[in-house]
Design a protein around this ligand. Structure first.
Ligand code: NG1
Ligand code: MG
Length: 579
């Protein structure tokens, strides 16, 4: 329902600010950005696209197993001001007589820049010392990155636009390019270049700014990709009629271009969120998002307890792109393989070429019918019941009889044997589309985490809904939510092994400082924690953490606020159109 709404397009800045629904003075940033755009590019921007980061309250590493998650957008966001470059020079461009050289296409010729080329982008960042100016143009090429899906022969033959994304390195413009991909390939199929009557992508100038810390688990990457997708849609006049759900799907596919095989939580949270609510996002059998009011946010009773979510950055940078082979992508593979093997052990049939997910296996185990293009929906009650019962079945994946080796998991050879596939089939299905490095794989621990975490998401949702209907938030409501967050942290740390000593320490300190619950948020291995804290305790909580967590000792004022702050659910992505 929420996913089928159109992307909000505002034509007055006051409308924008009130949509953000917070007391922060946004005007400064938005006006500064527009002014700076004018300074640099000599004309006003045509649009500003906004996409927020998100905090995941509960439901970690289960989106790519297609289980529901529970994030909320944060106030910190990415803004991209943009405008088409000189429509007149663009209109006079004729590809037949003016085909660009490869070097030009790649944007590698510095002087003069081929500014008139179709789709040529000049991308600048307000923090240009850290994120230098980049120019690039799309090239026509072969599709190589059909990631989660099996490429068909047709895919392999198909031409598409390429943007030369460096997957081995984290570069700011990669995310701008990633957003551009979907817009180019959806609206300007390269074959259209052969005729001069077909429209070409517009050359564009853009200026980016952001307040979402990078590599911190608040999804600066998804915010960048969503904002970039929106900016390119707007500049090319393709925004009308795009629903939030479609934007999420484009942004998900786009972000995978950077080389991380993520699920869709971050993009959905960044696009669909609304103020005052978290989002219960489900991915199966199709993308759906249900806003759930958070305790305290709907209550007017003086007797009720108010609580806020506090984000604290461990200051360990979690670079998912650089470590993708041994961390994130490895978890995606482990989770997928565990689904196949569990299905076999439960007597559930799985097609040879089918990359079945744990959510689908649960559905089949519960007797959900296969329908065209997927599986019939299972209601929340049944799902909760299934998740409560399947925990026992997961024991079937325990690598028993291996003594000390048990901790290590299974080897590639053992895993292939258990999968019922030949080595070749296995490699093709699970390893050909992803780069992973490991000697041992954890199927038992990973799937145990996924099912228990999926159950905690439903329990968290239940508690929030219950408190919203009674419109009173009691101490015990907050304790229940906190306990679920603590269990999630334990499971992330011990079973999914995506925590790190600093995150374990920071969440422990948060509990000692009075939080109802505390956990890592986002991919983990560094980045931020989220803690549920009584509103009246916020200041003392922050000062206790400052004293106790060594990396904060020397931070004061703004610098401290940068790393530890309370957050309220913000609204999702939007576009401001200059008139
Ligand atoms: P972060 O940490 O925000 O990059 C990543 C994935 C999510 C999800 C979480 C773990 C991306 C873009 N996002 O989030 O889809 O799997 O980890 O729950 O990689
Ligand atoms: Mg990310």
């Amino acid at each position: 329902m929420a996913a089928s709404l159109p992307i909000p397009i505002y034509t007055s800045l006051d409308e924008v600010y009130s949509s953000l629904g917070t007391a922060t003075n946004h005007a400064v940033r938005w006006n500064d950005l527009a002014e700076e755009f004018e300074n640099r590019f000599g004309r006003k921007p045509a649009f500003i696209a906004r996409a927020p980061g998100r905090v995941n309250l509960i439901g970690e590493h289960i989106d790519y197993a297609l289980f529901g998650v529970f994030p909320a957008a944060v106030e910190r966001d990415i803004l991209i001001a943009c405008a088409p470059r000189s429509a007149s020079s663009y209109a006079s461009y004729t590809p037949a007589s003016n085909e660009p050289s490869m070097e030009q296409e790649r944007g590698r010729v510095a002087d003069p820049e081929p500014l008139h080329l179709p789709g040529f982008v000049v991308a600048e960042n307000l923090r240009h010392e850290k994120y230098p100016r980049k120019t690039f143009a799309p090239m026509r090429g072969m599709s190589t990155s059909k990631l989660l899906d099996e490429p068909t022969e047709e895919d392999v033959r198909a031409e598409e636009w390429m943007l030369d994304i460096d997957k081995g390195r984290l570069a700011w413009e990669s995310y701008v390019k990633a957003g551009y991909y979907g817009v180019l390939n959806r609206f300007f199929p390269p074959t259209s270049l052969v005729t001069t009557t077909n429209p070409h992508p517009i050359p564009v100038d853009m200026l980016v700014t952001g307040t979402v810390p990078a590599g911190s688990g608040l999804s600066s990457s998804a915010a960048m990709v969503v904002a970039s997708t929106l900016a390119f849609l707007a500049v090319n006049g393709k925004l009308q009629g795009i629903s939030k759900g479609e934007l999420v799907e484009m942004a998900m596919e786009n972000e995978q271009r950077v080389g991380v095989n993520s699920g869709g939580m971050d993009q959905a949270a960044s696009v669909i969120s609304t103020t005052n609510s978290a989002l219960h996002i489900t991915f199966f059998p199709k993308l759906a998002a249900e806003p759930i009011p958070l305790p305290g946010s709907v209550s007017s009773s003086a007797a009720s307890s108010h609580a806020v979510f506090i984000i604290a950055n461990s200051l360990v940078v979690s670079d998912k792109v650089v470590h993708s082979k041994t961390r994130y992508n490895l978890r995606v593979v482990e989770t997928l393989v565990s689904a196949r093997i569990l299905a076999l052990r439960l007597g559930i049939s799985v097609g040879k070429n089918e990359k079945v997910t744990l959510r689908e296996v649960l559905g089949r185990w519960l007797g959900a019918k296969e329908v065209k293009g997927g599986q019939e929906e299972v209601d929340v009650e049944k799902l909760r019941d299934g998740l409560e019962r399947i925990g026992e079945e997961v024991e079937k994946l325990r690598p028993e009889g291996k003594g000390d080796e048990e901790e290590l998991g299974v080897t590639l050879g053992e895993m292939i044997q258990m999968s019922g596939l030949s080595e070749e089939e296995f490699n093709e299905l699970y390893l050909s589309w992803v780069n992973v490095e490991a000697t041992h794989f954890q199927l038992y621990k990973r799937s145990k985490h996924v099912f228990s975490e999926a159950l905690r998401v439903l329990q968290f949702r239940d508690v929030c809904l219950r408190s919203a209907t009674s419109s009173i938030t009691t101490q015990s409501t907050l304790e229940e939510l906190g306990a679920l967050m603590n269990e999630s942290q334990e499971s992330c740390s011990k079973l999914f092994e995506c925590s790190c000593p600093e995150l374990d320490e920071l969440t422990r300190l948060a509990r000692e400082a009075g939080a109802y619950g505390s956990r890592l948020t986002g991919a983990g291995w560094g980045g931020c924690t989220v803690s549920l804290v009584a509103e009246s305790d916020v200041d003392s909580f922050i000062s206790k953490i400052k004293k106790a967590y060594a990396p904060y000792h020397n931070l004061e004022g703004e610098a401290l606020h940068e790393v530890i702050f309370a957050t309220k659910p913000s609204s999702g992505a939007c576009v401001y159109k200059f008139e």
